[in-house]
Design a protein around this ligand. Structure first.
Ligand SMILES: [Zn+2]
Length: 74
């Protein structure tokens, strides 16, 4: 399963495992969806995507470990 999902419409990249209702993942059109190879934030950044402030900011680099430390983010 992919981790990061980019939206070409607004050039924002989301993380599917921690997406929030505000991410509006389900509003992203199929033709606007982009997956990354490798499936990492750096690759998304290289392709010009901006990390989503609702999901990606809190998880960049350390991934799920950050969520456990900052339990309040959930
Ligand atoms: Zn998001």
């Amino acid at each position: 399963m992919a981790g990061y999902l980019g939206n070409k419409f607004d050039m924002i990249v989301h993380h599917l495992a921690v997406m929030k209702p505000k991410c509006k993942i389900y509003d992203i059109k199929k033709q606007d969806s982009v997956y990354f190879v490798p499936d990492i934030l750096d690759q998304a950044r290289k392709e010009g995507f901006v990390p989503c402030k609702y999901c990606v900011d809190k998880t960049s680099k350390l991934g799920m470990n950050v969520l456990k430390i900052n339990g309040t983010m959930l």
